[in-house]
Design a protein around this ligand. Structure first.
Ligand SMILES: C[S@@+](CC[C@H](N)C(=O)[O-])C[C@H]1O[C@@H](n2cnc3c(N)ncnc32)[C@H](O)[C@@H]1O
Length: 256
């Protein structure tokens, strides 16, 4: 099989949007505390544009912090799930490379696990155009901790099966790429926020199965891997409850 393209992977979520909504991890309250601290302003009452909003996992949390939030999402399947779960939150179709928004109209632009799907030569100047002076661009990813043995072993198994495994969740490459800002105007501060959740093994397998690397390799290859993976996990977690730990990799830059 030829290597799936970046575009194929960026679009892959749409076919698995319900699985994504039901099983993907959320983000901890400490992340939003860190965003407010590093931006030097509260989310309450702020105009926030959440780009690559997907099914709305991050968007709903921003709304819960009192933000006046607008979601931007390019994918049909993801936008449909968003509307199903969050009918009261406005969403527009669009993508980060050409935001369908007026200049200087947002206090925050957020990308939860989505910046790496954009082309920063377009998305970085677009964020700067749409942010108000003193606004903040916040990018984050739930990444796999590199000090927890079972997570490391699983990452190695995924890499062995699917070849070089460029998932940003595994290696922090999303944040590293963002730091190479093409505009030279984004002075990012980086912060890590660790958190964990305990989920049944089925939820965990459906969570990892909703990553683009699985989605683009097709059902047969993914099912075979996940069936074997279940046995590995039951050895580590005999009661079938998995403790997933995440290091949220947060980058935030304020505009002048
Ligand atoms: C991993 S999901 C993250 C969804 C959501 N933000 C979350 O935290 O669960 C990545 C999302 O980015 C969207 N996406 C793909 N290409 C994009 C682009 N060029 N600009 C903005 N979003 C994009 C996908 O459709 C998908 O909904």
């Amino acid at each position: 099989m030829t290597a799936p393209s970046h575009t194929d992977r960026a679009r892959s979520f749409n076919a698995a949007a319900a699985q994504y909504a039901a099983n993907r991890p959320s983000y901890p309250p400490a992340l939003f505390d860190a965003i407010e601290e590093l931006a030097g302003r509260r989310l309450t009452g702020a105009r926030v544009v959440d780009v690559g909003a997907g099914t709305g996992i991050g968007t709903a949390l921003l709304r819960g912090r009192g933000a006046e939030v607008l979601a931007v999402e390019p994918g049909d399947g993801m936008a449909a799930q968003f509307r199903l779960h969050h009918p009261d939150i406005p969403i527009v179709r669009g993508n980060g490379n050409a935001l369908p928004l007026a200049a200087a109209s947002a206090d925050f632009i957020t990308y939860a696990q989505a910046w790496h799907w954009t082309d920063p030569t377009h998305s970085a100047p677009e964020a700067l155009r749409v942010l108000r002076p003193g606004g903040a661009l916040a990018l984050w990813w739930n990444t796999t901790p590199l000090d927890i043995p079972w997570h490391i072993e699983q990452a190695k198994r995924i890499e062995r099966r699917f070849g070089n495994h460029p998932a940003v969740e595994q290696n922090g490459s999303g944040a590293r790429a963002a730091l190479a800002d093409p505009t030279g105007r984004l002075d990012f501060t980086r912060r890590k926020v660790r958190w964990s959740r305990r989920v049944p093994i089925g939820t965990h397998l459906a969570n990892i199965g909703s990553h683009s690397i699985f989605l683009v390799h097709g059902t047969e290859a993914s099912t075979a891997f996940l069936t074997e993976e279940k046995q590995h996990l039951l050895n580590a977690f005999p009661d079938g409850i998995i403790e997933e730990t995440y290091d949220v990799d947060l980058l935030i830059a304020t505009t002048s």
